[in-house]
Design a protein around this ligand. Structure first.
Ligand SMILES: Cc1cc2nc3c(=O)[nH]c(=O)nc-3n(C[C@H](O)[C@H](O)[C@H](O)COP(=O)(O)OP(=O)(O)OC[C@H]3O[C@@H](n4cnc5c(N)ncnc54)[C@H](O)[C@@H]3O)c2cc1C
Length: 301
């Protein structure tokens, strides 16, 4: 008997061997052994409490920074979606709550409407709040760390936890708390400063316009492929090593932004990861600099 035959009862959906490619921006990769779409936080916590502790659990947001490998993902993949996890709610005193499945851009917009400034940068990040908490998402000089008051999570054992900003251990594109593993963020509370909604909206429009011209936002991509090494820009290192716009199977580093890996049509996850690794090796050989993946790669080759 397999662990899939003795699953806890849920109110959400459990889907066996569900393809994950449609849930990612790259549109590649194999299936989840089991995909769980919980209905709400209680459903998530109950399921985790009842699930065999030996079964690996992986969380997926909206897949804008994740490469699912071709062999699929072992164990349970949890994807938060729906009304409960997508809630966005101003809470007074320049604070706003957002569920983990809420899109960063929607949170920016709702904060603006409520006259809260400081979250405009989220207009430029195409991920979810869960992904933002996990990796301290940010752009144009602002990041999650600057506006997050506390984050709410459920542990692998099904226990509810609240973490203050300090406890999240934020640094460049990282939360030390999240990186330690075993947490599923269910939402977060943010705080900004008071401002005129029209002024906030104008700043968001600037961010949108800037994105359109500098990033391949309509491509099948994963955002920044590599973290910027201290004192260097990854796009420059990729470009100077000669990889901008050079095809590799169905993969390529974007001619528009050399740190954006793109699926040009028929890429496999192996093409995309293979190109990334080829570039890392080449940059290391030419400059001695070690590029670190920012894109999360999950599953079996
Ligand atoms: C065109 C484009 C532009 C981008 N520009 C930026 C940018 O300017 N700045 C920036 O920071 N990023 C940028 N990104 C990357 C991406 O949008 C962010 O990393 C975002 O925070 C990822 O969120 P997600 O929901 O897509 O996460 P996913 O890609 O689904 O997951 C990313 C990681 O977060 C974890 N995770 C997701 N949800 C949860 C949860 N609820 N609980 C626990 N862990 C979770 C996953 O396990 C995984 O490790 C860009 C991406 C694209 C495609």
């Amino acid at each position: 008997m397999s662990w899939r035959d003795t699953l806890p009862k849920v109110r959400g959906r459990l889907l066996a061997d569900e393809p994950l490619a449609p849930f990612t921006w790259f549109r590649v990769g194999g299936p989840a052994e089991l995909l769980f779409l919980p209905q709400d936080e209680d459903d998530l916590a109950d399921f985790l409490r009842g699930l065999d502790p030996a079964v690996p659990v992986t969380v997926l947001g909206v897949g804008s920074n994740t490469l699912v490998r071709d062999g699929g993902v072992e164990g349970v993949v949890i994807r938060l979606a729906g009304r409960s996890f997508g809630k966005i709610e101003p809470r007074g005193d320049n604070r706003i709550y957002a569920g983990a499945a809420a899109l960063d851009a929607m949170v920016a917009r709702e904060a603006g409407k409520a006259g809260i400034a400081g979250l405009e940068f989220y207009r430029g990040v195409p991920g979810s709040i869960g992904g933002a908490a996990m990796m301290n998402a940010g752009c144009y000089g602002a990041e999650t760390k600057d506006v997050l008051v506390e984050a709410y999570a459920v542990t692998r054992a099904g226990e509810r936890k609240t973490f203050s900003n300090a406890e999240m251990g934020f640094s460049y594109r990282k939360s030390a708390k999240a990186a330690a593993g075993g947490l599923i963020f269910t939402g977060a509370l943010f705080e900004g400063t008071p401002d005129d909604p029209a002024a906030v909206e104008a700043r968001m429009a600037e961010i949108t316009a800037r994105r359109e011209t500098t990033q391949p936002i309509r491509e099948k991509t994963g955002g920044s492929t590599f973290k910027n090494p201290p004192g260097h820009s990854s796009w420059k290192l990729v470009d100077e090593a000669g990889w901008r716009g050079k095809p590799f199977g169905g993969a390529m580093f974007s001619p528009l932004h050399a740190n954006f890996l793109i699926n040009t049509g028929e890429a496999t996850a192996a093409d995309l990861e293979g190109l990334g690794e080829a570039v890392r090796a080449d940059v290391k050989a030419k400059t001695g600099i070690e590029l670190e993946w920012e894109i999360k790669r999950i599953g079996r080759p």
